[in-house]
Ligand binder design. Structure first.
Ligand SMILES: [Zn+2]
Ligand SMILES: [Zn+2]
Length: 356
């Protein structure tokens, strides 16, 4: 894996004429051509990614949803207001989560263009090899690696802004499908918590009803012995559903705990604009910096708002809307925290004389 060494070339940012503080970037390819390449790539639906694991994930989601609807919501809440609301929320949430999951599976996470070459004069962060200081080059693909790109041994190619290879989607999480992956985590975790809450609520309700019916039968049964209660009869009638609920709860509980932990971890990384690979590289870089008596700062951390905009897009209205469009930028160059700091300083200097 390449080293995390990062070199800043031409650190003076260029402010766009609009004065909005946007940092102008200068990739080696034009943004339009690179974006169209990614768009073309994302339009390719790769059916061979649907392996046993992917179908397994789809099967588990379908099993939990079906069990909760048929064995919990319908017999317990039926068509009451809480029943309709729970059914509506769970169905919409699960539907969006499934759509995000499919996007994660079929979308190309981002390929390095064949004619890509690093531009040392460009006003962007330039990652270099640790020892030689030369531009990063992938021996396996036989081409240069843009910043934040890494070679995936499973996919056998370099992936733009590679986060990690996820076996559950049988695909890499990279520049183009990162937002879809984050939204999948958010929606599926919400659906899992909701489903688990309904399963537990129904189990508590059934136990209370069962206890009340037993008390009633003991009081009224001939000779003081308990007679078959309606709850027991109901249980016998619906034995298959009871088993389904038990199995569903057994799957949902560890799954929900795991998803909540995974979501918290990935939100932590996203809020710092860090990939999983960069987190591990950052740990090593920090140790080395401490030994050298210096400090290390993640170069792509743009602050909370900057990081959210970089991942979710500029428009707040579309932050939680899964789309097939690639993330912001072309995936070949990224604004750095240094540029953002310099941009803010430049804006401050401009405002001060004007008394703004
Ligand atoms: Zn490669
Ligand atoms: Zn991969």
């Amino acid at each position: 894996m390449s080293s995390p060494n990062i070199r800043q070339k031409s650190p003076v940012p260029r402010i766009s004429p609009s004065g909005g503080g946007h940092l102008a970037r200068q990739p080696s390819l034009t943004a339009a051509s690179a974006a169209s390449r990614i768009d073309d790539a994302t339009s390719i639906v790769s059916l061979r990614r649907f392996n046993f694991t992917v179908f397994g994930v789809l099967g588990i989601i379908a099993f939990i949803y079906t069990t909760v609807v048929l064995c919990v919501i319908m017999p317990w809440l039926s068509y009451s207001v809480p029943g309709v609301l729970n059914l509506g929320f769970l169905t919409i949430d699960t539907g969006i989560a499934l759509y995000c999951f499919m996007l994660c599976v079929v979308m190309d996470p981002g390929s390095v263009p064949v004619d890509y070459s690093p531009d040392p004069e460009a006003n962007t962060v330039l990652q270099v090899k640790r020892k030689s200081g030369e531009a990063r080059f992938c021996q396996k693909c036989g081409r240069h690696k843009p910043p934040r790109a890494h070679h995936c041994r499973v996919c056998r190619r370099c992936v733009l802004r590679m986060d990690h290879h996820c076996p559950w989607i049988n695909n890499c999480v990279g520049h183009a499908n990162y937002k879809a992956f984050m939204l999948f985590l958010i929606y599926i975790t919400a659906a899992a918590v909701h489903a688990l809450g309904l399963l537990c609520g129904h189990a508590l309700y059934w136990m209370r009803m069962h206890a009340e019916n037993r008390q009633h039968s003991i009081r009224t049964g001939p000779g003081g012995t308990a007679v078959g209660t309606s709850a027991e009869a109901s249980l016998h009638r619906n034995l298959v559903w009871a088993i389904m609920q038990t199995v569903c709860t057994g799957i949902s509980l560890p799954l929900t705990i795991g998803l909540v932990m995974l979501l918290i971890w990935n939100l932590h990384l996203a809020l710092h604009n860090k990939t999983t690979i960069e987190f591990h590289e950052g740990v090593t870089a920090k140790i080395q910096a401490n030994k050298a008596g210096t400090s290390y700062k993640h170069p792509y951390d743009l602050g909370l708002c900057g990081n959210l905009h970089a991942i979710c897009g500029d428009s707040l209205a579309t932050w939680f809307v899964p789309t097939r469009a690639a993330a912001e930028g072309d995936g070949l160059s990224f604004p750095s925290g240094w540029q953002a700091d310099l941009g803010r300083s430049a804006q401050g200097l401009l405002r001060e004389p004007l008394g703004l």
